[in-house]
Design a protein around this ligand. Structure first.
Ligand SMILES: Cc1cc2nc3c(=O)[nH]c(=O)nc-3n(C[C@H](O)[C@H](O)[C@H](O)COP(=O)(O)OP(=O)(O)OC[C@H]3O[C@@H](n4cnc5c(N)ncnc54)[C@H](O)[C@@H]3O)c2cc1C
Ligand code: FES
Length: 270
């Protein structure tokens, strides 16, 4: 199919609707899987963009494709999947050779980090995916970011090793099984203090974590960008199903105006 732009067009690489076989699936711990697909032509994508993915043989269950952040682009793009329901369960049990429809790249990726700000990546659980893509991209430009990664336990930190290879990694777990004991915001407090707020935080994780990080960044005079979480129907601005309350009233559409948006543009309390 011909490449297309989302209605809220942003000048990035054009989205393509592809049918691609699964090349391999690797389990990461007991609940996460990295799926790598094989394409005829390389997929161009920016860190923070996502794909709408669906098994070609899924029938009507589930009917809609599932949004998944891209972990890598190129000829063998990959995604990280955490099982939460039927779609992710089917992804996590797929076999090599199985065909998938893959609509990508979609949405707005992360915007650049100003030269006078330290990039600080704040990840919660599966939110690591678009941040690892970003960390690799920053590292290739000679800007190693600080990465703050939190989860309830050490088992909820997939790809922590890969992140540690391209970022200065600091970990927090609620049960103390890895890194500092407590929430990832505790690590951020220290970074904001040490840098006097001269950072740009890139944040992806549970909504409560992103809300807390945005509040801390505002108070410290830091910049903050978040990757929005929303249930998506189409992924390209047609169904209006991914509305997120906007600060000052109205809504932001996570798929076409995001998923990466200014953290202060979201009304976290509504
Ligand atoms: C831009 C974007 C990028 C994402 N990237 C990843 C990723 O890299 N890896 C990953 O594992 N997941 C990611 N997700 C979340 C993923 O799309 C959902 O977990 C998935 O669609 C659930 O489908 P399901 O059929 O397994 O579960 P369902 O049966 O549809 O839902 C199971 C539970 O998960 C909740 N849920 C479903 N979709 C979402 C959602 N989008 N956000 C929050 N809660 C949801 C439902 O409300 C329900 O409680 C991303 C979501 C978005 C919007
Ligand atoms: S998912 Fe359809 S408009 Fe965003």
């Amino acid at each position: 199919m011909e490449p297309s732009r989302a209605p809220d067009c942003h000048g990035g690489p054009l989205a393509r609707q592809l049918v691609a076989p699964l090349l391999r699936r690797e389990a990461v711990g007991s609940t996460h899987h990295v799926l790598t697909f094989e394409l005829d032509r390389p997929l161009e994508a920016e860190p923070g963009q996502f794909a709408m993915v669906r098994g070609a043989a899924w029938g009507s269950s589930p009917f809609l494709p599932r949004p998944m952040s891209l972990l890598e682009a190129g000829k063998t793009p990959s995604i990280l999947v955490k099982v939460v329901g039927e779609g992710t369960r089917r992804l996590a049990t797929a076999s090599p050779g199985e065909l998938f429809t893959f609509h990508a790249p979609l949405g707005r990726g992360w915007s650049p980090c100003p030269a006078d700000r330290t990039p600080v990546l704040v990840a919660g659980g599966v939110g690591v995916c678009p941040l690892l893509f970003l960390a690799r991209s920053l590292a290739s430009l000679g800007r190693e970011p600080i990465a703050l990664y939190g989860g309830r336990t050490a088992c909820e930190l997939p790809l922590d090793g890969a992140l540690g290879r391209v970022a200065e990694l600091r970990i927090a777990t609620e049960d103390g099984s890895s890194g500092e004991t407590g929430l990832v915001t505790r690590l951020l407090e220290q970074v904001l203090r040490d840098t006097n707020g001269r950072v740009k935080a890139f944040v992806c994780g549970p909504r409560r974590m992103m809300a807390a990080v945005a509040g801390m960044c505002r108070d410290a005079g830091a910049l903050c960008e978040v990757s929005l979480e929303a249930v998506m129907g189409c992924g390209f601005g047609a169904c209006l199903g991914c509305a997120v309350p906007r600060a000052g009233g109205g809504y932001l559409y996570a798929c076409s105006q995001g998923p990466c948006v200014d953290g202060f543009a979201v009304d976290w309390g509504r």
